[in-house]
Design a protein around this ligand. Structure first.
Ligand code: FES
Length: 107
């Protein structure tokens, strides 16, 4: 599937490939977006934080927010929005094809 990615400077990159064995974070880092992923995908560093816009509901049902992620999102305070996710916790799903992914500001 592909997603559209909006970088921190507002640049929109359409049709970014997301392979079915990858988390969304892995797809973003493989495509060289500025996601540090310092914890390696363990839902603890928050550097993979993105906004999923209208795809958030779909992502939240295919990859529900677990306690660990919830705790980290909670600490983000003002950069946390209703559509926030740690992208390392968002698994590939056909239903996320075409999602608009906005990289959250640096903390
Ligand atoms: Fe660290 Fe997602 S990579 S929280």
């Amino acid at each position: 599937i592909t997603v559209n990615v909006i970088d921190r400077d507002g640049t929109r990159t359409p049709d970014v490939e997301w392979n079915d064995h990858e988390s969304l974070m892995e797809a973003l880092t493989r495509n060289k977006f500025p996601i540090l992923a310092t914890c390696g995908g363990n839902a603890s560093c928050s550097t993979c934080h993105c906004y999923l816009g209208s795809a958030a509901e779909t992502a939240n049902s295919s990859s529900p927010i677990e306690d660990e992620e919830e705790d980290v999102l909670d600490m983000l305070d003002d950069t946390r929005h209703d559509d926030s996710r740690l992208t390392c916790q968002v698994e590939w799903s056909e239903e996320l094809n075409g999602a608009e992914v906005t990289i959250a500001p640096e903390w």
